[in-house]
Every structure is written in C-alpha cells, then in structure tokens.
Design a protein. Structure first.
Length: 134
C-alpha cells in the first residue's frame, strides 16, 4: 500500500518517481506507454518520418478502414538516425479485409528511431494508420 504524506507536492516535469518494493528498496515507477503515430489515416503509398522512440518494449499497430474490400502493407524499420531511409527491417503488417482490418505485434529491438512505409493500398476510401506504443 502507498501512504500519501503530503498531497501538495509539486515536482518539475520528468522528475523520476520511486516506489518502495516489498523489501523496502526504492525502484523506479513504471510510466504509462506513449503512442507515436507514424501514419495518420493516409490514403496513398508513402513513407513516414523517422520518429524518436523511448527505450523499452514497443508495440506496433496498423489499421485500415474504407468501404468494401480494403488492403495495404505496412513495413516497419528501425534506425540509428532520424532519416527515413536505409533502416533495418523489423516487421511487415499485411492488412486485408472487408471495410476494416487491424494487426499488431511486440517489437523487442530498441532502435532509437522508427519509421514505416505503406505500399499497395487499395479499396474505396481506404486509409491506413500506423502507430508505435512505447
């Protein structure tokens, strides 16, 4: 259990917060995942910008929505630079369905930057969103 000593505590942004574990040792509190959107409802084949992703476990998610049969392929890359080219292939998400489809996976590689490409988008009004949770 946690005992609140003073409810009027003010701390600067990004101040580390520690909790006591069962042995009384201070351990860093886990922060909530952040979501980084690489492609936001895009309707044409394209490459996202390279986005800085914090260290730690990552999850990727791609979704497509449109009318009737929709499809597209999102290819995910990791890189040491902020350039959206020449990266290392991490995963491929194949989207295909009637009206919608969503895929997701965990990525264990902790590249400082990630980007993705969208190829083969098809279907009436098809739009793809791709994001990384870290």
């Amino acid at each position: 259990s946690i005992k609140i000593i003073n409810e009027d505590i003010t701390m600067p942004i990004n101040t580390p917060i520690y909790l006591l574990d069962t042995t009384g040792q201070a351990v860093a509190a886990k922060k909530f995942k952040e979501v980084f959107t690489l492609l936001d409802a895009v309707t044409t084949n394209q490459t996202s910008a390279a986005v800085a992703i914090p260290k730690g476990p990552r999850t990727i998610q791609a979704s497509i929505a449109g009318t009737g049969a929709v499809s597209g392929t999102v290819t995910w890359y990791g890189t040491n630079s902020n350039e959206a080219s020449g990266g290392i292939l991490l995963a491929t998400s194949t989207l295909s369905g009637t009206t919608t489809d969503t895929t997701g996976a965990e990525i264990t590689a902790e590249w400082p930057y990630m980007y993705c490409t969208l190829a083969g988008i098809s279907g009436t009004g098809a739009a793809v969103t791709a994001s990384v949770g870290a």
